[in-house]
Structure formats: C-alpha cells, structure tokens
Design a binder for this molecule. Structure first.
Ligand SMILES: [Zn+2]
Length: 125
C-alpha cells in the first residue's frame, strides 16, 4: 500500500506486508514514484498494490470540480498513469494486470453554485 493511512489497521485480521504511510495528497512526483515502486513490487511477485492519491478530490472540494486546477490535475494524473502503463508494458505485465481506479465519490456544482457530493444525491436501495 502506498500513501496509505493508517498502515497498522488490520482488515479481516490482516495488515499489509508493505505500507508507505500517507504523506501528501498533492505531489505528482511522489505519485509517480509510488506507481513505479508498485510495478517493481508486482514484477517481484506481489499480487496486489493499492495507491492513494487525493489531489483531484481535494481540489474538487476546495475550488470546484470544473476549475482549471482540477482539469490540470486530471491531465497530470493521466500522464502519471500513462507512464505506469508503459512501465507495465516494458515488463511484459500489462496484459496480465487488472487495474482498478476508484473514487470515494463524484462531485458536482449544484444550481446555487455550491459543490455537492454525488453520494448525497443518490437514493440507495
Ligand atoms: Zn472527497
């Protein structure tokens, strides 16, 4: 697990074998480093890696999901992921890897200009 908090939290009694503690939500170089280390771990036999990166979520909350800052962040994150995919390809792992990108929630600007989380708009059954 990379950029994770808390590292000592057990899930079903299991804690991660490797955990790089959370240190930042906005550093693209650190995000790329974590992606590179993830490829190295996967190529040495690790089955699952998880990486947290909070830039887009945090700026979505603070300056709005339609802001240039968020658009730039998505572009930069996309470049980091592109490099990650290239590295997987170089190691011959891309076709065998399952890559799942998740978000904690979506975000919108409502008619009053206030940013809302989509989770608050969904009526769960
Ligand atoms: Zn959020």
């Amino acid at each position: 697990m990379y950029n994770w908090l808390p590292c000592n939290l057990a899930f079903n009694g299991v804690t991660p074998e490797k955990c790089i503690p959370y240190s930042t939500w906005d550093n693209f170089e650190k995000f790329q480093d974590n992606l590179n280390m993830a490829v190295d771990d996967l190529s040495s036999g690790v089955d699952l890696v998880m990486i947290y990166f909070g830039y887009i979520d945090t700026y979505g909350h603070t300056v709005g999901p339609e802001s240039p800052t968020v658009a730039e962040g998505i572009e930069r994150a996309d470049k980091c992921l592109g490099a990650f995919f290239d590295k997987l390809e170089e190691k011959g792992m891309f076709d065998r890897a399952n890559i799942i990108l998740v978000s904690d929630h979506g975000i919108i600007v409502n008619p009053f200009g206030v940013t809302s989380c989509l989770l608050q708009k969904i009526h769960w059954v």
